[in-house]
Design a protein around this ligand. Sequence first.
Ligand code: GDP
Ligand code: MG
Length: 370
Amino acid sequence: PEAITVQELANRMAEKGADLVKALFNMGMMVTVNQTIDQDTAELLVEDFGHRIQRVSESDVDIDTADDVDPEETLKDRAPVVTIMGHVDHGKTSLLDALRGTDVVRGESGGITQHIGAYQITTKNKQKLTFLDTPGHEAFTQMRARGANVTDIVILVVAADDGIMPQTIEAINHTKAAGVPMIVAINKCDKPEANPKKIRERLLEHEVIVEEMSGDVQDVEVSAKAGTGLDDLIDKIMLQAELLELKARPDRAAEGTVIEAQLDKGRGPVASVLITRGTLKRGDVFVVGTQSGKVRAMIDDKGKQVKEAGPSSPVEVLGLGGVPNAGDQLTVVENEQRAREVSEYRSEKAHSQRTAATPANFDAMFSNLK
Ligand code: GDP
Ligand code: MG
């Protein structure tokens, strides 16, 4: 907010840009409408035109959703969002593929699955589950670092023919730190050398006490390769989800979290978004991080165009002004002017935070010399 273009100031004052240029000329300044002026000059101009200076508070120019709590009676059950973590080669990708294969909807439509960072399956019992298909703790911690806790349940994959490895331990620690419940999937149980009992015992050393060891962490023996234990795993996820009472209000302006985003050659900026509450519809105007946009099209994980997406659905969104970051929040707003205002405010803020970092560093440098 240190500088503003003459035109932007004119817009905010509901005056003509040319009139401001004239007034500035009378003050001894030669500027065009597209040039910027500093805050002091802007204030002089505002007063010159007989307007009052109004300092806006952050809540006027940004979105504050923290106080915007949905009433209990508007909440509906939503699908759990599940992340698979574990050591490299223990079978995360294989398990994600195997679980995807159990989707009854996909089987019917025969659609081509596409990678959008997350997918949803419908079970035989018509229950829905959402999996983040960027497995590993990287996506998980990256999201959390950005204040986005999208995961409800973690599946810890441990290969029964291997053991507790460094990334297994890392995954355990991240999951505990996030306070997210864990289900242990002991994978590769089809192998003759598989020893699930040993895995359960070894987990004790990391304070993961599975049910068979009289603890409260659910565990299940699976084989992603042979497809065994998958129904059992799904049942356990649903049981855990029930305990969590996962709910969200579907009939409201949508909010979501960016799972991944990139610039697509043909389609422009695209973002995979996991809807957290409300329903995102085609034509909705939104802010996402420092970007704004309008939903031009939405594509689900089966490659199908959809008109709307509700809580816990992953969807690819087209119609963004730029590429947002993973973990950014998407919020639907009233109109394009509001979207622009918020995204501009956030961009300016991000910019001034970047530049403001310098003086502090200088201070630190000089204090070292003293
Ligand atoms: P990730 O690194 O954790 O994603 O592991 P992958 O899914 O890429 O699997 C690593 C290797 O283990 C691959 O060669 C898989 O074919 C194999 N694998 C995965 N699951 C199983 C399983 O249940 N049984 C057997 N025998 N091999 C498996
Ligand atoms: Mg993998």
